[in-house]
Design a protein around this ligand. Structure first.
Ligand code: SF4
Ligand code: SF4
Length: 433
């Protein structure tokens, strides 16, 4: 990884910008990050302000711009914004609940230059989805919306927020996504912010089950046929390396250990693009959108940029979130303000915001993540760390891994006993051999 201390900030380019274009929404999702209001929010940025935001982003970089909400189709000027951003050279995606995508709306989305539409489906059946989304009929409407887009040849993606109520449905949702002909299924583990705070105790998937799920993802990623991603699951990168090491112990274990050790020693990004296959997570740190390499209008520069990005959590180093009022955050789930576009230009916020420069240097991580040999390829979810402790640099609370570094062993030693230190050091040496 390129750390802020050794590389100019210019090296950190925004590759994915999520924009909460409005807080307005027609659904009542129990886990909603945005705590959406019923009608279009009066505090949303105006059309003129929104066009200016697009200008500012495009002047600095050409990231993927994800128009989200609330429900972005609640904005009457959403197609104007999509068209404008497309003309400015941004790759535009739309993240919607799908229920408003009639045939006519699908046509308008397609005509506005949007390259992919992500529709949220939180279960394999209407009972599961509708109870989470808070509106009867939401599932059927979303599926119909997806079909309306597909009839026009649009690229579609299903986003699934995983919580306890639907975690066991993951295989069925994957089968449904294949049957529906979606190009991608992206899953996202609930982060306890917004309305999610209220259901976190009941709905968060326990760390051990999360680990099982990431291993399942690894197995499924080899099946192919659909782009399958565990978005915002940074320690998938650790699981990926561990599983590959298990499968080819003689070669891969040494390579994985050497890679992790090299990265730890040099503060560098241990991932190599060639190690990440087409169905792996090429863009974690997103909250659920990416593009397949063969997408018709996609510029090669975007593909290269995306596949070259291999760190687990990219909040603040390649990803950011713009609120409906123009506030900028590392991601939509980490409520640490980086700046306000109504007062400060995007380029300045991106370059100088303290939370961004801090997140760009993994040596700032604390606790288990700070000692972990995988920190430069993983980093843990900073939002879940923040939700658990109020400190976005603290350890990821949903990772079961115990680092095999002497640094962590020493920390453990002060907490526990010499026997534990000996075991950990022994494990470290075994990995390095
Ligand atoms: S902090 Fe990183 S991993 Fe967590 S939700 Fe945000 S972008 Fe995703
Ligand atoms: S301890 Fe932290 S850095 Fe290490 S694998 Fe777990 S989440 Fe990632």
């Amino acid at each position: 990884m390129e750390t802020a201390g050794h590389n100019p900030a210019e090296k950190f380019i925004p590759r994915l910008v999520f924009w909460e274009t409005t807080k307005g929404c027609n659904l009542r999702c129990v886990h909603c990050r945005a705590t959406a209001t019923e009608l279009s929010s009066p505090t949303d940025l105006s059309t003129a302000q929104s066009l200016d935001v697009i200008d500012q982003i495009a002047a600095m970089a050409k990231p993927i711009l994800v128009l989200s909400g609330g429900e972005p189709l609640f904005r009457s000027d959403i197609f104007q914004l999509a068209r404008y951003a497309t003309e400015k050279g941004l790759l535009v995606a739309l993240a919607t609940n799908g229920t408003l995508v009639t045939k006519e709306v699908a046509r308008m989305i397609s005509n506005s230059g949007v390259k992919r539409v992500a529709i949220s489906l939180d279960g394999a059946d209407s009972r599961t989805h509708d109870s989470f989304r808070g509106i009867p009929g939401a599932f059927d409407a979303a599926v119909q919306g997806l079909r309306n887009l597909q009839e026009l040849g649009m690229s579609t993606q299903i986003n699934m927020t995983i919580a306890r109520h639907n975690a066991r449905q993951l295989p069925q949702v994957l089968a449904m996504a294949r049957n529906l002909g979606a190009d991608a299924l992206h899953t996202f583990l609930l982060v306890p912010v917004g309305c999610g705070v209220n259901i976190a105790a009941d709905q968060m998937v326990p760390p051990a089950e999360y680990e099982e799920m990431l291993n399942w993802f690894y197995d499924q990623s080899k099946v192919g046929g659909i782009e399958l991603k565990a978005t915002c699951a940074p320690h998938y990168y650790r699981v990926l390396r561990q599983r590959r090491a298990e499968e080819k112990p003689s070669v891969q274990a040494a390579a994985a250990a050497a890679e992790a050790q090299h990265a730890a020693a040099h503060g560098q990004h241990a991932g190599h693009p060639m190690h990440i296959g087409p169905t792996d997570m090429t863009m974690p740190g997103s909250t659920g959108i990416a593009f397949t390499p063969n997408l018709a209008d996609q510029k090669p520069t975007h593909t290269a940029a995306m596949s070259a990005t291999t760190k687990g959590c990219l909040a603040g180093s390649a990803v950011c979130f713009i609120s409906h009022q123009g506030e900028v955050y590392p991601c939509g789930y980490l409520p640490v303000l980086a700046g306000d576009l109504r007062k400060t230009p995007f380029a300045e916020i991106w370059r100088d915001a303290e939370v961004f420069t801090t997140l760009r240097d993994t040596s700032n991580l604390e606790g288990k993540c700070g000692c972990c040999e995988f920190k430069n390829v993983c980093m843990g979810c900073r939002a879940r760390a923040f939700a658990a402790s109020g400190n976005y640099l603290s350890e990821e609370p949903f990772c079961v891994y115990e680092p095999h570094t002497t640094e962590w062993a020493k920390t453990e030693h002060t907490r526990t006993d010499q026997a534990k230190l000996d075991r950990t050091v022994h494990a470290t040496l075994t990995v390095l051999q």
